[in-house]
Design a binder for this molecule. Structure first.
Ligand code: CA
Length: 402
């Protein structure tokens, strides 16, 4: 049996007792058989037999992607922690440097696709840390494995065939085509099917290369947002101030009201000035941490960002980073917590301090994963703090001083 069944405690035990070799061979045979059955459907969607053979010959499954598919984090990240890591001073500084470095390309991208440089660079910064973090899984292997094992095989097969077509078309070479375990790759972290719909060749070499061409990547991001309805010159939205006792139930990104309607309900900009006029269209109200935290009216450009990655927290990260890149400040209303989140530099410091206390947390990478959380819980217990596995400013200060 393959490892996805090991989530059941009884199976986990038996798998451990039987030890890996007894079943480790099975997936390879099963995989080869499965791949053979994909050859004809791949041919039907434009993957030649020669290409299929070339890119899948000798392919072995990577069962670790099935573990990742089945992984369900127990830890729910608060919005202020999510944003503190994605929109930190380091990312703002690097984003500004990228705006300057690629000013010429970004100006031409803006002219062609009608998406402003700060927004494009903000997406780039969050998706791949400005081209520094692509993921390490070879796409043919990870998507091939996901096509044959685990949940959602139909979805992953579509992406697998798209991957083979991308290689067949010569956009990117197989050895360069690596990405996240689930198949998002390159500067823009497009899925292969998204690549086929929206990637563009902007540097004119005849290939849309989202791994090694920054102009192609920036233009492809802009093309995505343009097709998603981006309206250049309009804001994504803005932070607002709610009248006291305002009832936010039923409000949200999709519940659009006119600006006049919002003004009538007593909303103002966060600096207490009146809301802008109706020229920007209708807006929905976001209160990601409840009515006591920051509140935002979001316009259709926010929806365009949302379509890039369907999470409102993601949309807010891109929107806020873009504002910061334009010289804007932090949100005015504080998050409803007395223990604010950590930047990536502070997360690395927490990890370093945990290692110094003898914890095995793996690599110091600024990502507080399961190993870090186990260590954080142990320290919280030792320090008499609430044991929740979360690192905020309070824990950092305590660790620094202890
Ligand atoms: Ca190109």
């Amino acid at each position: 049996m393959h490892r996805m069944t090991a989530r059941h405690p009884a199976l986990l035990l038996s798998a451990a007792l039987l030890a890996a070799p007894a079943w480790a061979q099975a997936p390879a045979d099963e995989f080869a058989t499965c791949l053979n059955t994909l050859r004809a459907p791949a041919r039907a969607v434009g993957v030649s037999d020669a290409s299929f053979t070339q890119y899948t010959q000798g392919l072995v499954p990577d069962m670790s992607v099935i573990d990742k598919l089945n992984y369900q984090p127990e830890f729910r990240t608060a919005i202020w922690d999510y944003l503190a890591g994605l929109v930190d001073d380091q990312r703002v500084a690097e984003g500004k440097a990228m705006l300057a470095l690629h000013a010429d390309v970004l100006a031409r991208v803006n002219e062609r696709y009608g998406v402003d440089p700060a927004t494009v660079v903000a997406v780039w910064g969050v998706e791949s840390n400005f081209g520094q973090t692509f993921g390490k899984s070879p796409l043919v292997q990870s998507l091939g494995t996901l096509s044959c094992f685990g949940r959602r095989q139909a979805y992953f097969r579509t992406e697998f065939y798209a991957t083979l077509r991308i290689l067949q078309a010569g956009h990117i070479t197989a050895d360069r085509l690596v990405g996240s375990w689930a198949g998002a790759f390159g500067h823009t972290q497009f899925m292969p099917s998204t690549f086929e719909r929206l990637a563009v060749d902007f540097d004119g070499d005849g290939r849309a290369d989202l791994m090694d061409s920054t102009p192609d990547a920036l233009a492809s991001t802009a093309n995505f947002l343009a097709k998603a309805g981006w309206q250049n010159g309009q804001p994504w939205g803005f932070e607002v101030k709610l009248p006291s006792g305002f009832n936010t139930s039923g409000e949200g990104r999709r519940t659009k009201r006119t600006m006049a309607d919002w003004a009538e309900r007593g909303l103002r900009l966060v600096d207490s000035s009146p809301l802008p006029g109706s020229g920007n269209g209708s807006a929905g109200l976001l209160t990601p941490a409840g009515p006591q935290g920051p509140a935002f009216l979001v316009l259709r450009n926010f929806d365009a960002i949302y379509s890039y990655n369907a999470a409102e927290s993601y949309g807010l990260a891109i929107a806020h980073l873009a504002d910061r890149l334009r010289g804007g400040g932090r949100f005015v209303t504080p998050w409803p917590t007395d223990d604010p989140g950590l930047s990536r530099a502070e997360r690395r410091e927490v990890q370093t301090l945990l290692i110094a206390r003898g914890h095995d947390i793996g690599e110091v990478d600024g990502m507080l994963g399961d190993k870090s959380r186990v260590a954080i819980r142990a320290e919280q217990e030792r320090l008499g703090q609430e044991v929740n596995g979360r690192a905020g400013q309070k824990l950092l200060k305590t660790l620094r001083g202890s």
